[in-house]
Design a protein around this ligand. Structure first.
Ligand code: ADP
Length: 496
């Protein structure tokens, strides 16, 4: 009987596979690390064959380890690291270059040129994005420029482009499916989020042949069959990881938001059926969708250094041995003793956008203990989230009534309570840790009729921890004032 859904979660540092049953419960899980390739300072690549091999491997492992036969799998859902770019030969199935990972800065110059040529406004309007090396478009151009004959071959339809979802689908279907979903397409800087079509003007500007681009469909959609050991299994959902997580958090309505506390933090709000244009450098993208030619939009902001400030205290300053211990230390003191940590390790993102800012620890006195610094470092994650939430509220004119949270550092109760105190709204943390995989499984279940509608998905009882604001307003104001002051001291530090 076909009773399970398997989620493939292809992330930047690992490939994971999780099996869910009809009650949206986890039945099996397997994970494998994905090696990172750093050919030059600021460049990041993955081997596309390794992406596929690790992903296939964990899928097989999640099944065999739990005695699940492939016959029992009703559908596959794919969620993935977004923007990462792969070009391959349609005939041989071999990549023509390594995957250029979203973090890779190698196309910064192409971006500068686009700005000089006056593309900023157009690209922002058409794609919802700011011109940046982060997105796929300039990575595609870079490979087409670099690999001899690639552009000509792409024009003849011999070379295909895909983000990681597209690549996995193409491999799993033995080359039968060349497609992506709206949410992934909206992060390529080639997709027009207003018309829901590839943007011909941008393609022309970058000399990218449209023939190489995948078809675009809703996230919840039967794309075709994966061929797994001669078994045909429908691939029934595709979505970018942050959008899958927004869906998994149940943020189906305009005004609902989630923040994922990982190495960095990703704040995303569902803004309904019209794109919201940010005046604060936030990005407009497309949410996970369930219908053809009909989407909801999101506003997204990211924090470069989130959980990584905790990692830094652990690995570089040796303040503790596991990230979780940070909570114990933070609770040893009643406040941060006037200390502020600004983790501007690589500059500050929205709303500051200062690439020349660098980290600082302010307000140290002779009495400062490491517990104060640890507490201040955790608080910095909440302060940065607060600043982003403020931007989002201004842009959308929607006041958040609660924040849904997930990701590694959301397990820190001190941090989550402080977050609620600083935002003055409840913070809601589901017990289920695999929200991204859950989201894609739900989308796949909807596509094949395992779940009838959103109500049925919502009806499943979930354990959620709610942390309510408890801090006096005066204390909150004082803390935010201190944070603002500390940020101002960190700015414009690097000589330029
Ligand atoms: P990613 O998906 O970005 O690798 P995870 O969601 O696995 O991230 O979260 C890992 C990050 O969260 C690390 O930077 C780690 O230091 C931090 N982290 C994990 N657990 C805790 C905790 N209990 N308290 C504070 N930070 C934590």
């Amino acid at each position: 009987m076909k009773k399970y859904i398997i989620s493939l979660d292809q992330g930047t540092t690992s490939s994971r596979a999780i099996v869910f049953d009809k009650n949206q419960k986890i039945i099996g899980l397997a994970q494998h690390e994905l090696p990172q390739i750093y050919p030059e300072e600021g460049w990041v690549e993955h081997d596309p064959m390794e992406i596929y091999a690790t992903q296939y491997g964990v899928m097989a492992e999640a099944l065999t380890k739990n005695n699940i036969s492939i016959d029992e799998i009703a559908a596959i859902g794919i969620t993935n690291q977004r923007e990462t770019t792969i070009l391959w030969d349609k005939a041989t199935g071999k990549p023509i270059y390594n995957a250029i990972v979203w973090q890779c800065r190698r196309t910064a110059e192409i971006c500068e040129q686009l700005k000089k040529d006056g593309w900023e406004n157009y690209i922002k309007k058409a794609t919802g994005l700011l011109i940046d090396a982060y997105f796929s478009a300039t990575k595609v151009k870079w490979i087409l420029d670099k690999v001899e004959g690639a552009r000509e071959r792409a024009k003849r339809g011999e070379i295909l482009f895909g983000t990681v979802d597209t690549w996995l689908m193409w491999k799993l279907s033995q080359g039968k499916i060349h497609a992506t979903d709206y949410s992934n397409a909206s992060r390529t800087m080639m997709f027009n989020i207003n018309t829901l079509k590839w943007d011909k003007k941008i393609l022309e500007a970058l000399d990218i042949p449209e023939q190489m681009l995948p078809e675009v469909h809703p996230s919840s959609y039967v794309y075709g069959n994966a061929d797994i050991l001669n078994n045909a299994v429908p691939i029934a959902a595709v979505a970018g990881d942050q959008q899958a997580s927004l869906f998994g958090q149940g943020c189906f309505e305009k005004g609902q938001a989630k923040n994922t506390y990982g190495t960095g933090c990703f704040l995303m709000m569902n803004t309904g059926d019209k794109p919201c244009r940010s005046k604060n450098s936030l990005l407009t993208s497309i949410a996970a969708s369930t219908q053809e030619n009909c989407v909801q939009y999101v506003l997204e902001g990211s924090i470069f250094s989130g959980g990584s400030v905790v990692q830094w205290l652990k690995d570089e300053l040796h303040f503790f041995e596991t990230s979780a211990e940070s909570e114990k230390y933070a609770c040893q003191v009643s406040d941060s003793g006037g200390v502020y940590v600004v983790p501007a390790f690589t500059g500050m993102g929205a709303p500051y956008w200062d690439m020349y800012a660098r980290g600082c620890i302010m307000g140290i006195t002779r009495g400062t203990k490491n517990a104060h610094i640890i507490r201040a470092a955790l608080e910095s994650i909440a302060f940065q989230t607060h600043d982003l939430v403020e931007c989002m509220q201004k842009d959308t004119k929607i006041q958040l009534t609660a924040l849904n949270v997930d990701g590694g550092a959301s397990g820190n109760n001190f941090l989550m309570q402080f977050q609620s105190d600083i935002l003055q709204i409840p913070v809601q943390r589901p017990e289920m840790k695999e929200i991204t995989s859950l989201g894609i499984a739900q989308l796949a279940g909807l596509a094949i009729g395992m779940f009838k509608n959103l109500e049925e998905i919502r009806a499943v009882q979930r354990n959620i921890t709610v942390l309510n604001p408890a801090m006096p307003e005066e204390t909150r104001k004082k803390l935010l004032h201190g944070w603002e002051k500390a940020v101002s001291r960190s700015r414009d530090w690097v000589e330029h």
